[in-house]
Design a protein around this ligand. Sequence first.
Ligand code: F3S
Length: 423
Amino acid sequence: MDLTAAERDMLEGREGPARQRAMKGLVQLGRAYGAPRLVEIGYAHIHAGMALYLEDVELMEDLAAIDARMAVPASVNIANADTVNWKATGAPESLARLQRRAAGAHAKMGSDCTFTCTPYWAGHWPTWNTHMTSIESTVTIFCNSVLGAKSNRDGFFAVYAGITGRYPLFGYHLDAIRRGTMLFEVATPLAGGSDFSCLGFHVGNAVGDGVPVITGFARRPTLDELDALGAGIATSGGASMFIVPGVTPPYGDIAAAFHGAKPPLPARVDAAAIAAVYARYADGHDALDIVHLGCPHASFEEMKLYARLLDGRRVAAGLELWITASRNVRNAAAEAGIVAKLEAAGAKVISDTCPMSCHFARTVSPDPKLGVVPPALRAVVVDSAKQAKYVRDMIQCPVLLTGTEEAVETALAGRFVPRRRPS
Ligand code: F3S
């Protein structure tokens, strides 16, 4: 792989041990994928250091201790505990304390410790053609497909890319890869983020690790709907990019999305396909414990929507309504009086984590010293196909997927309200 003089300096340790370690990792990654060289990146969305595993937090502290510093603007992915309001999720304080240690390491490294899966709502908005890196599939697909930035789905390498400001040139960093492989035509009305997440889940399942081109929307989707669409696609398959002609930069029409090649025949997405995703996550519902909104972490607009839907009413006794949003969005919503309205209705506004990412998962082995015990949940109601999949797979508890309005109605009524089909 060709390296510049500056990159060789990093590799040979002349820029310090942290950059050397990071550059070694990136060179290995690049060689494994046949990258001819590295590219300069403009942004990194990096690993949090997950408090459920002491060693994971120590790994971030070790990097900070050897003077690792972010070479580019960096945000931090979702974590295992709300570092301020951990009691709201029933987490032990030891978990929040450990998560705060990771936050301290990030502060030393110069990252914006957002602890969120939607850093774009917290102000991290990479523009068209910006090479970047991301540990979170939802961030990767949103930045590729809505903003026109260039990112793969990365793991810990995102930290190394942030430290060096470089990334190997392969995958979605290459224009040739950023072309449609399947064409979908939406042939049914969609109502809100939950329907878009189900559309994404259906499309992601069909397209595998290709690039779906999606047409037929009755109107231009909102940013929140595009966010939900991408999260759904990235959950059910390996896709890291979708193209909506006229929305995804720089694809103005279907021909451009297929780089001038003849487009394939469109796969129609009808009402039955969307309903099938809801039906897939419709476990038993005699007793509910939590209704969750905010997957991916809610935007300011979504916080306004939740406040309007709750409209001065109260969450039913015995049920919890969780709303997850980044701390940045939470703070903005608090200043606007929205958090007070949500809390007055009995909702819990939680940051830094989500049901799937907190201490609820039964498929992970936390550090025994933390005393983490996942609660025995009877059923969780969600409005996101992504959260539905992970509640069932990782928390291993019954899950019910419904529309956003219906999820709020569920929380108020104390009984499950299934999604109403849009007319
Ligand atoms: Fe974010 Fe958790 Fe959903 S990480 S995308 S809120 S499953």
